[in-house]
Design a protein around this ligand. Structure first.
Ligand code: DGL
Length: 267
């Protein structure tokens, strides 16, 4: 691995651009190669074996693009396919999922009762409960699948009556009662962070996993002396199914206009 190679990032679609954006903010000199598997979106409702298959194929594609690190921006993929991706990559690049950096963050966090919201695929995997137990971290985890949030955000219902109602009805759930912190364990949720913060009115710490992951990645690259010191090359954004509407939505997730290219993995 060399410092001037790009950072590969993948997700089930364009939602992972929130993670790419967080990475861009803390690592402005790094070239990004992004892959969104829009042909198989959403992963949140898929069987783990499908998610493992898609994720390993995408990892091979990112290896061909010469990436020094593969960031699994998708929580559902991170929760269900990390070991398989690690095995496929076989040391040819660093692999970073979006769960371990959050677990790491929680180790040094004073809060005790931690809520986690994400897709059905993330929550049903039990990854957060298992890791907290495995690593003997003194926290109690309460998880809740919130499947309506992704389509709501994708359809542009943000900061309005509909989003307030949907967010409130999820956060009111008994399972999340008395939590001290909440992990936004999905690519899309940074876009409703403000509404979630407003709901809790500073009584609950809202943990934005995209920021936690970006900081973790920066530390890792610096520790391994893999930070790019040359001039940044042009980013590349691939999707497996191209539509104009995907391209239009990219600005919403990445905050900059992007040109999407069709990346043919599934032929
Ligand atoms: N990217 C997914 C995640 O972070 C959300 C969208 C999907 O279900 O594919 O879990």
């Amino acid at each position: 691995m060399q410092a001037n190679q790009p950072i590969g990032i993948f997700d089930s679609g364009i939602g992972g651009l929130t993670v790419a954006n967080a990475i861009r903010q803390v690592l402005p000199n790094e070239q990004i190669v992004y892959f969104g598997d829009t042909a198989h979106l959403p992963y949140g409702d898929k069987e783990p074996y499908s998610i493992k298959h898609y994720s390993t194929e995408i990892a091979k594609f990112l290896l061909k693009q010469n990436c020094k690190v593969i960031v699994m921006a998708c929580h559902t993929a991170s929760s269900n396919a990390y070991n398989e991706v690690l095995e496929t990559v076989n040391g040819k690049a660093l692999v970073i999922n979006v769960v371990d950096p959050v677990i790491n963050y929680l180790k040094n966090n004073k809060n005790k009762l931690i809520g986690v919201i994400g897709t059905k695929g993330t929550i049903n995997s039990g990854i957060y409960e298992n890791k907290i137990k495995e690593e003997q971290i003194n926290k109690i985890v309460k998880t809740l699948a919130t499947p309506l949030l992704c389509p709501m955000i994708e359809e542009g219902f943000i900061n309005d009556r509909i989003s307030h109602t949907v967010i409130q009805s999820y956060l009111e759930d008994e399972k999340l009662k008395n939590i001290d912190a909440i992990v936004l364990a999905c690519t899309h949720y940074p876009l409703i962070k403000k509404e979630i913060n407003d709901y809790y009115n500073k009584h609950v710490e809202v943990i934005d996993s995209s920021e936690v992951v970006a900081n973790f990645l920066k530390e890792e690259l610096s520790r391994l002396d893999l930070l790019n010191k040359e001039e940044r090359k042009v980013d590349q954004f691939y999707v497996s199914d191209y539509t104009e509407s995907f391209e239009k939505s990219t600005r919403f997730f990445f905050k900059e206009s992007i040109r999407l290219e069709k990346g043919s993995i599934w032929s």
